[in-house]
Design a protein around this ligand. Sequence first.
Ligand code: PRX
Length: 570
Amino acid sequence: MTRQKIIPPYDGSFNVKTDLDKHKVFNWDNVKKYFSWHKTGKVNMAFECVDRHVAAGFGEKVALHYISENSESTLTYRELKEATDRWATILKKHGVKKGDFLFVFLPKHPECHIAILAAIKLGAVVGPLFEAFMEEAIRDRISDCEGKYLITNEEYLQRVPLQDLPSLETIFLTDEQITTNHAISIPKELTQTEIDENVIEWVDLEDGLNIHYTSGSTGKPKGIIHAHRAMIQQYTTGRWVLDLKEDDVYWCTAHPGWVTGCVYGIFAPLLNRATIVLHGGRFNADSWYETIEKTGVTVWYSAPTAFRMLMAEGVETLKRYNVSSLRHILSVGEPLNPEIIYWSVGHLNLRIHDTWWMTETGAQLIVNLPTEPIKPGSMGKPLPTIETAILDDDGNPLPVGEVGHLAIKGPWPSIMKEVWRNEKKYQSYFPFGPNWYLSGDLALKDEEGYIFFQGRSDDMINSSGERIGPFEVESKLIEHPAVAEAGVVGKPDFIRGEIVKAFIVLKKGYTSTPELLANIRLFVRNRLAAHAAPREIEVIEELPKTKISGKILRRELKAREIEKLKAVEV
Ligand code: PRX
């Protein structure tokens, strides 16, 4: 562990301190009192996110501020309640009910948020899909849980392989004019339907809320289902870690198809009654800084790759904008290099607070609280009430400074409810009994309890904070007519943390040409998703394999790659 400069907290009043001072002994029961179901017994995440604030007199507060290259609009909490009631009425009219799987495949746009919240109002289990997903990624997800409903638009529908998805009963489209047979145009229905203002379906805290598919090192992505009870921790982390207060304008840059974009892009800020900024479109340094300036972002949650891209743009770009509204910055998804924090302190006069969590954990667990010193290079410390340990291969705690498996003592309020139809996978997170959840990450703790990420214990790839399973990419690669075998690894990359690198063996009769490799890359990109397509492909004679089972030794491929990089550095 290298010694880094410690950055002390700023002066100020922070929610976490106020709350912990108030409750000398904190426990999750203190938080439950905040929710309306504590008194009424009626549970629904969407009600707590939206309707409750309207009932409490905050209807005219801006809930969503949408900004894109060519349009800008706002929705108040009252308007968001009305819109979600309207959409839910239509969904209900067409059969959507509690427990149904409903997928949302839309760009970053208020309609995506409305669709997700409307489905939740009916107690459906909502599956947000990343906007860049292609056929295979969509097929894998909807078919795995036999999704019944899909909300999308006609443009995106082109990427949905309807012929392979017999479980889909109804397609809802956000376009006014539609050409798709048997689909339902939501805007058209809105003009013809009487709105039910009491459309909300009350559920149990343990009922399914959302499903996010995540990649591991083996097999297809697995469906992680969360329950409505997750709101307890999502609200608390929004309050303590994001430090959201009444006047905050908050921007989480992730698409709701990723767990961060759903939990911290929708649930946590709305539970805290913040104003959410929603930026439509892709990354672009100018438009990002402009978004902060125009909407007056105060709290900003993004990822190391985005920060590295902003750094690479140079400070000249930053200086063209007034971003002085910012008061609190956070990061998630991949290791946050100390350089990024120093850059931010130097140019924005603000620390960046790293946070660690996973799709499976449902909310942040290891964090840099605004009240604590930051040790650059560390992910921070466990959230108050959360216990972590670094375990050896047999489940024994390791001493300070030693690298081992990062484990969390369960349960905590937002832990996943189940892995859809895969109890074996669920159990695999608890190899040492139900007490300890194993993250699959390797880490070490220092003498003050700060946790330092050291890599993964499996072959999962993390590129730009997006989790990619090598098996999925390998499976797609070998569907290409020229590819006999493939091994896929994460290659260290300055901007993206890791990039997807594929080693392939060509079938007899094929020779490696730049055109062929470009074609193979496109093959994966067009079928799976852009982020999963190998950025580098290397043709080799033979893949390294284990002697007994003949499994591809990805570790060896990765080690070769790291050696090559070292040789270049020397
Ligand atoms: O390896 C860790 C990495 O991302 C994984 C979880 O990925 P996902 O389920 O897609 O969720 C991402 C955002 C919640 C973890 O197992 N990861 C997450 N946060 C950090 C991180 N790696 C290093 N530092 C972090 N702060």
